[in-house]
Design a binder for this molecule. Structure first.
Ligand SMILES: [Fe+2]
Length: 371
């Protein structure tokens, strides 16, 4: 028997150790402040971001491209969704048959790399750096196959994942579904702050959202909007929802059922957090502007068993226990999900934040308004 049995190995973490880049781990992270160091694999600076609420499927990396810099060509068997925090540049994607697609991105662009295609990112500015954050399914894939050659040097071509040429130019196809589930299929969204969202009235005052199918992936992203002076009703679901603030300022509260205290994360553009598995959370828009947040998730919108996907989205399960509806007196953390003006129940409710926070002050944890 070996003196050093290899058990309990996390192939992703083992691989990451060998990459030599810093790893930041926290409940919430300001992506603009992440310390990045040279990453030989990509030829630019990078860092890994591990959120406390991440599950087994995805993790994040920050890519820091110096003025005029470009990443070395990459190809891999895991999915990747990128968001541009700052800077302007372009990405070239090359299919196995040599066809190339190049698109230009700027702040708040979102795009995906079609599976196992060769690609490079270029910083188009000679004076400003470009900061990108990428959410990848590398942890799941590397732990599944635990073979780096198979994952990073695999010749198989998934031609069907390339999608239509227009998907690389900012166009897409709208796929209507139920409110809250409408989808936009594309590979590239030029500006998440500007894309038209669809009303989701059932969810409350002025709520809007859209689901993305990106490069026909099994990871998906979605974006939702909260109006001024509103909060999202407390809810919980599975892990791996990496939520990034796109516009607005505010904060979120987190707690496990029965816990007397909150964990609080303040956010603004570039803040990311991941609500841990089945931890209640509630988002408050505390700015005088609408708040948009995107989530990148190991989930599927097109493929797979619908009931399997529901594990990640309690809104579809009908599990009322996952959304707090009780009176404030019964649980000071449970601000009722009733719209104070219309009386309608909804996922978002519109009340003056000062009122919401003073109600909370009756609980064991007083919460000051961020306004
Ligand atoms: Fe959530």
């Amino acid at each position: 028997m070996s003196d050093n049995p290899r058990i309990g190995v996390d192939s992703y973490l083992e691989w990451l150790k060998g990459e030599g880049i810093p790893t930041v781990e926290d409940f919430g992270v300001d992506l603009f402040t992440v310390d990045t160091r040279p990453w030989a694999r990509l030829g630019v600076n990078g860092a890994a971001v591990h959120l406390k609420g991440r599950g087994d499927f995805v993790s994040m990396f920050v890519l820091d491209l110096a003025p005029g810099a470009a990443t070395s060509p990459q190809r891999h068997l895991y999915e990747e969704v990128l968001y541009v925090l700052s800077g302007r540049g372009s990405t070239t994607i090359e299919a196995a048959d040599g066809r190339k697609h190049t698109f230009e991105w700027g702040p708040k662009s979102l795009f995906a790399i079609p599976l196992n295609t060769r690609y490079r990112h270029f910083n188009g500015s000679g004076s400003e750096k470009a900061l990108l954050v990428t959410t990848t399914s590398l942890p799941a894939v590397l732990n599944m196959f635990h073979n780096e050659v198979f994952v990073f040097d695999n010749p198989y071509s998934f031609e069907e994942r390339m999608g239509q040429s227009k998907y690389f130019s900012g166009e897409g196809d709208f796929i209507p579904a139920l409110p809250g589930q409408h989808m936009w299929e594309t590979n590239f969204v030029p500006d998440l702050a500007a894309i038209e969202l669809k009303a989701w009235d059932e969810r409350g005052a002025g709520s809007k959202n859209i689901m993305f199918i990106l490069a026909d992936g099994t990871m998906h992203a979605h974006i939702s909007e909260m109006q001024i002076g509103t909060y999202k009703k407390a809810h919980r679901h599975g892990a791996d929802f990496h939520v990034i603030c796109v516009t607005g300022k505010g904060y979120s509260l987190f707690w496990y059922e029965g816990q007397p205290d909150f964990h609080r994360v303040s956010w603004q553009h570039g803040t990311v957090f991941a609500p841990p598995d089945q931890m209640f959370h509630q988002h408050f828009n505390a700015a005088l502007s609408v708040h948009r947040q995107q989530a990148q998730v190991a989930d599927r919108r097109r493929r797979g068993r619908p009931e399997a996907g529901r594990r990640f989205d309690q809104r579809e399960t009908g599990r009322r226990a996952d959304r707090i509806r009780g009176p404030v007196a019964a649980d000071p953390r449970a601000i009722p999900g009733r719209n104070a003006q219309s009386g309608r129940r909804g996922e978002h409710a519109r009340v003056p934040l000062s009122a919401a926070c003073s109600r909370r002050a009756g609980g064991r944890t007083a919460v000051r308004s961020a306004q």
